[in-house]
Design a protein around this ligand. Structure first.
Ligand code: SF4
Ligand code: SF4
Ligand code: SF4
Length: 152
């Protein structure tokens, strides 16, 4: 299972590393600057850098069919909570909820403390909450989505 997201629209991993020529075109095209050159020179999306708006500029920049418009809507990543959440330890923090434009993050009713709950059906996987978290308690986690098209 992949641990770090490829850019939006990426074909399955084996096909991706076969097709991607590591040209940096997607990295340079991203207006949000959330794509970076990573291991082996292949690009990843680093949500700690900001929010992906799924604008598709990276896909448009890829001439090698490693990123496909037909897969842009099939982003297989959602926010997930790991260790270190302040609110879960009784410290007031709701930064992730405030960053979420999809209103996918809620807290237990009452005193305003307790670990956040993420509604995976509402989460777009944009990553905005991840960079907002002061303790890096959130990450993107891959979900099962079968790709419907590996060609343009
Ligand atoms: S634009 Fe395409 S070929 Fe170039 S680095 Fe990005 S994914 Fe790879
Ligand atoms: S931003 Fe981080 S520390 Fe704050 S409530 Fe959300 S997950 Fe917890
Ligand atoms: S990844 Fe985006 S949509 Fe999902 S919970 Fe975080 S901010 Fe909300």
């Amino acid at each position: 299972m992949d641990s770090r997201p490829r850019p939006p629209g990426a074909v399955d991993e084996a096909l991706f590393v076969d097709r991607c020529i590591r040209c940096d075109g997607c990295v340079e095209a991203c207006p949000e600057r959330v794509l970076v050159r990573a291991d082996g020179g292949f690009p990843i999306l680093d949500p700690s850098l900001g929010e992906c708006t799924f604008c598709g500029d990276c896909v448009a920049a890829c001439a090698d069919q490693a990123l496909l418009p037909s897969l842009l809507a099939e982003w297989p990543w959602r926010a997930a909570l790991g260790a270190g959440c302040l609110s879960g330890q009784g410290v007031v923090c709701q930064a992730c909820r405030d960053a979420c434009g999809e209103r996918a993050i809620r807290f237990p009713p009452g005193a305003g403390l307790g670990a956040p709950m993420i509604d995976a059906s509402a989460c777009s996987g944009c990553g905005a909450c991840i960079g907002a978290c002061p303790t890096s308690a959130l990450r993107l986690q891959r979900i099962a989505i079968s790709q419907s098209a590996a060609s343009p």
